[in-house]
Design a protein around this ligand. Sequence first.
Ligand SMILES: Nc1ncnc2c1ncn2[C@@H]1O[C@H](COP(=O)(O)OP(=O)(O)OP(=O)(O)O)[C@@H](O)[C@H]1O
Length: 555
Amino acid sequence: MTTQSDVLASIQANLQQAMERKKPKEQTVKFELDGQVRACCLLKPFNYSYLLKSIDDLFGSDTLTTIDRILCLFSRDDALRLPIGNDDDLNKVVAIAEVNQATKLNFLLIRKKDFSSSQIQSTMDSYDCGPMSDGAHSNEFHDTSLDSPPPGTIAPQKRRTTIKTTCKSATSNDGGIFIPESSDEVYSSGSSSVVSRESSSSENSTRRRLPTSYLVKRATTGSTVSGVSAMSSSSNSSHTSSSSSESLCTQCSCSGHHFRSPQTPSNWKLGRQLGQGAFGKVFLCYDVDTGSELAIKQIPIRGLSLETSREVKILECEINIYKQLNHERIVRYHGAVRTEDCLQIFMEYMTGGSVREQILNYGALTEPLAKKYTRQILEGLIYLHKNRFIHRDIKCANILRDISGNIKLADFGTSRRLIAITNQNQPDSGTIGTAHWTAPEIIQGSIFGRKADIWSLGCTIVEMLTTGPPWQNLQPIAAIFHIATCDKQEYQLPENVSNCAREFIDACLTKDYHQRPTADDLINHPFLSDVYNHNHHHHEQTCNQASPNLTLISF
Ligand SMILES: Nc1ncnc2c1ncn2[C@@H]1O[C@H](COP(=O)(O)OP(=O)(O)OP(=O)(O)O)[C@@H](O)[C@H]1O
């Protein structure tokens, strides 16, 4: 006799079978090497050595001997890139792709540092690279030279892509097939930290072209600035006149003319080193003309490809947009200057260093201090989000302290470009990367929006209270696998942490971003109810400020 549980078991088995049948039997895999994009379809399951063989098949034998790292690219703009080194990493990546129903896996192949352009040339010459889109085969290989372009050179708008071929099932023995990139895929640059379209109901995400009108206009009425819609693409000028810029003010309905954009120092002296991050070193900088001290981040850019050089140019331009952001919870950018060897980013000097360093020096923070920092982070986020910016890299290393123990958000908007420029993944400079703070929707690659910052805030509070983010013991690939596949983020907090704090963190770590609260929602959460609203006090002073050149200091 058939019991109810037999029926249920048979339904479940059928379902399982149906799901298995729906799973694609092959995986499109796309590789990029020196700006060359090639793809093939691999029959599943495939392992790491099969992946390596495909690289040789696609790019020519001996290519592997020149490769230093294979980075898997995640997120819509490929900003999250993690090294793949074995079967285990690859299995996790394939599993994430399956969960996300991703149509292809993207890998970036990084050459060994000492591999010269002439060697690249001979390797490229040694295989038939298939049909070319414009027949300019040999010239374009010269484009992959590691030399920087001469000053003033405009990099090509798009990397060369391969001509049309049909994507069909193929084993690596086929030597690979070429898949044309859509213009959207090719054009991956733009101000990725800018929320492209304002929508209260959805967290839209589209790739943006470089905004070339750098004047961010404030709204004529109300307290919200329609900054991004004012950033239209018009010319390819990269010069910003700081004297013509207006600062943004979203805190009140005042005129918004509190400050002018700061001037980029032109006459300055390098001071002591303040620290080192994944992308470069940070020094004290004395502005000889104004007598003020700033911080300067120097990012080495010698020997970049044309494509990467273009990223540097875009970052330079973006920083000139960020200069106009003016809020007491945001570290002020003072501009960027490119020299032959490095990109120099000038910013406000924060005497207390980062909260990450505070934790490393003094241990986990107490709940009241974590609460105060959380409130101040939210104040910064509310300002950024109102102005349609996403920070995208909230973590203790990017939260800097002033002398009186208040904090500001640093490094907004720059991380994605710096990753592309320096090809960093998990940095080897003692910093810990960003994978553990990344929101599931970013890993899924379909969307990113303001609520990704809220997820990272949740991870950052865990970091403040325990010295590390959730999944801190896992390697980055394993961590993002958990973030993408687990329904509930697990983390451990000290026993004495209040329920209210736990509820707040849980709210931030809501997997479905539709359900996740906004910064505006969270500022009213009971967890923060007993923190003094320092911001309000300060802003009243700011709005009543007589001279735009005076900086008020509040305690
Ligand atoms: N504006 C600043 N004022 C004072 N010190 C700073 C400033 N910016 C950075 N630093 C110091 O330099 C260190 C390195 O900063 P950087 O932004 O390069 O890397 P990071 O944020 O620590 O790590 P990552 O590169 O992973 O983001 C910081 O930890 C901090 O001590």
